[in-house]
Design a protein around this ligand. Sequence first.
Ligand code: SF4
Length: 287
Amino acid sequence: MIVTAHTQHPRRFETNRFVYPVLSRRSAGISVGVNLNPDKVCNFDCIYCQVDRTTQSETKFVGTQQLLAELEETLQLAARGELFQHEKFRNTPPELRRLNDIAFSGDGEPTTYKNFDEIITACADVKRRLGLDAVKMVLITNASMFHRQHVQRGLAILDQNNGEIWAKLEAGTAAYFQLVDRTPIPFQQILDNITAAAQVRPLVIQALFMQVHGQPPSQAELEAFCDRLTEIVAAGGTLKLIQVYTVARRPAESFVAPLEDAKVDAIVSLVRQRTGLAAQAFYGAAP
Ligand code: SF4
């Protein structure tokens, strides 16, 4: 009976307020996004941010019960394949018709949510109840809050539930960090937070590079970026993958533009050569 009911309502996720399924090229499958920042507030103001802050959000606060109900239903739609009946997902290639992860990202920095550890625990419970142990829980984060205790508790819950942390780092110097990420939080705090988290579990680093006023990052900046990665590893951190990507959708600032594929490839080669770490390229347009 439940299956029939769901089959009749494959569009229901469209009215969701906190949970949104996407076909993710980085995840090679369906990623079920959870938005913990419906108010669109972030503690960074990245020049390439793709969150539309020109319009006010309808929803200001996270409604926990509604979020969990939306998560359960969307996970079921994706896990049963009913999601692919929807026009938005009908053209999904067969190899991508898989549920990969729950991703905490959304319209701001997820770790700034005050009940971060509780919501991670509750979402992990939903995943477990549905028997989706193989589905990852991915935290997409700017790493600015890792030093807070309740965030560390949330990270530990992720570790116990097939979690993966994708921490962004896209500068080698404080000056470039300020140019790109525009935040009062010091660069060193971000580096310290990433190092401490990487000492506990392997991290994925997300590095978005772009043209700023027509200029790609300088060779010196890219080499400094590699040096920061090397320092994290030298301090006992494990970095399992460096994702190098560029702007794929409309950025916050008009002076930001994507890098050409060849430049993204060149950065990947530099990272591999200089750090010995695994690195992967993601280009400006979907492959
Ligand atoms: S950290 Fe993420 S959400 Fe916040 S401004 Fe930067 S890109 Fe946007």
